[in-house]
Design a protein around this ligand. Structure first.
Ligand code: XUL
Ligand code: CO
Length: 442
């Protein structure tokens, strides 16, 4: 990867972030993330496939429902929307190449502001996509996924693909078509659907069945269009239970999988799972991952963390090695990411106003993943954890238990066995013992 700086260097005084090892006290260095270091059969870079989110790092200026933006980004000052978009793209590629992430992700209207008319917006998008293509070529950075923002514009207040007004559905379709075109043009590995407004604020005014039928029809059309123009990558749905809608249809992994099965979409769609979305659904992240893995639909992940006290979608950068190790155990055991990767859908705090803070945030996140990756690999190599978990099910490995799994026994036979074998011996689940195995390696 080559560092790219546009006409103007935005992150002055910060060069390529080096790996210096855990003894280093240089805050602008990696202590654990060493892109080329082999962990098992793959390098850290190949395992983790880090991506930088255009929306948070280069568009998110810190505004919240109670206050104005706090961050002054020098790439957002030009009055001309195209020049401003190019400056922002320059800043993004300068950052991405300095931090050394192989991928990035965007929404259509992150990379250029939406124009007053659809025709003008399409023109703007074409211009900035051509520019992004040049930047990708010059740097070697690739697109992990593209998506369409179907939630910010007021026209989507009643939903996008699930809007009760057909005219809005057409508008959403035009945006998705254009965003798929952009993703294909830029060689993206995946295309994401996150339905922040696909849900309801009140069930009283909502025909849920009809809206879900529309969503499925919409996804089939998007998939057919993508395949027709040669998109070979993966379509991903990103579950989230709420926020901004009171109830979102893509609630969690299990709900989305059932939807995909019901509407015959399992072949082309997988899941993009986000840590803080799992928290909002009252699940652990590893639960969400495991549900997806077991259905064969784990696609990619959005990395961040919530807050234990307030429970909002705070999108903080990950810093908990133990929790990430639990997550990576599920991911690595399933064979790791294929077309997906780790996208930092995370933002610096409203009062983290230095440009260097964007580096500190990503360095911390990437180092946390690297530590968790090393721990996970060591746990799997060691084997005690896998063996101990397997042992809990040993009674199904032979004899009558095996026959039960093979469907060879009836309820009547199980009853007979219960009588014959008597009260089962108590067998400990040993949770603390399992937790301690992880602690040994973290
Ligand atoms: C919102 C969220 C989105 C999606 C892409 O919570 O996670 O940024 O990742 O639309
Ligand atoms: Co996300």
């Amino acid at each position: 990867m080559k560092i790219t700086v546009g006409n103007k260097e935005f992150f002055k005084g910060i060069g390529a972030i080096p790996y210096e090892g855990k003894g280093s006290d240089n805050p602008l260095s990696f202590k654990y993330y060493d892109a080329r270091k082999k962990v098992g059969k793959k390098t850290m870079e190949e395992h983790l496939r880090f991506a930088i989110a255009h929306w948070h790092s280069f568009c998110g200026t810190g505004g919240d429902p109670f206050g104005l933006p706090t961050k002054i980004f020098p790439w957002l000052v030009n009055a001309d929307p195209i020049q401003r978009a190019k400056d922002k793209m320059d800043a993004a590629f300068e950052f991405i190449t300095k931090i050394g992430a192989p991928f990035y992700c965007f929404h259509d209207y992150d990379i250029v502001d939406e124009a007053p008319t659809l025709a003008q917006s399409e023109k703007r998008l074409e211009t900035i996509v051509a520019y992004a293509k040049q930047k990708q070529k010059a740097s070697g950075v690739k697109l992990l996924w593209g998506t369409a923002n179907l939630f910010s514009n007021p026209r989507y207040m009643n939903g996008a693909a699930t809007n009760p007004d057909f005219n809005v559905v057409c508008h959403a379709a035009s945006q998705v078509k254009n965003a798929i075109d952009a993703t294909v043009e830029l060689g993206g590995s995946n295309y994401v659907f996150w339905g922040g407004r696909e849900g309801y604020l009140s069930l009283l005014n909502t025909n849920m069945k009809r809206e879900l039928d529309h969503l499925a029809r919409f996804l089939h059309m998007a998939k057919d269009y993508g395949r027709k123009i040669g998109f070979k990558g993966c379509f991903l749905i990103e579950p989230k239970p709420m926020e901004p809608s009171k109830h979102q249809y893509d609630f969690d992994s299990a709900t989305v999988i059932s939807f995909l099965r019901q509407y015959d979409l399992m072949e082309d769609f997988k899941l993009n799972l986000e840590v803080n979305h799992a928290t909002l659904a009252h699940h652990t992240f590893q639960h969400e991952l495991q549900v997806a893995v077991d259905a064969g639909v784990l696609g990619s992940m959005d990395a961040n963390r919530g807050d234990y006290q307030n429970g909002w979608d705070t999108d903080q950068f990950p810093n908990n090695v133990y929790e990430l190790t639990e997550a990576l155990l599920v991911i690595l055991e399933s064979g790791g990411f294929k077309t997906g990767g780790v996208n930092f859908d995370a933002k610096t705090r409203r009062n983290s106003t230095d440009l260097a803070d964007i580096f500190h945030a990503h360095i911390g996140g990437m180092d946390t993943f690297a530590r968790a990756l090393l721990a996970t690999d060591a746990i799997l190599e060691d084997g005690e954890y896998l063996e101990a978990r397997k042992q809990r099910y040993a009674s199904f490995d032979s004899g009558k238990g095996r026959q039960f799994e093979q469907g060879k026994l009836s309820m009547v036979e199980l009853r007979e066995l219960a009588h014959k074998n008597g009260e089962p011996e108590q067998i400990s689940g040993r949770q603390e013992y399992f937790e301690n195995i992880l602690s040994r390696f973290v």
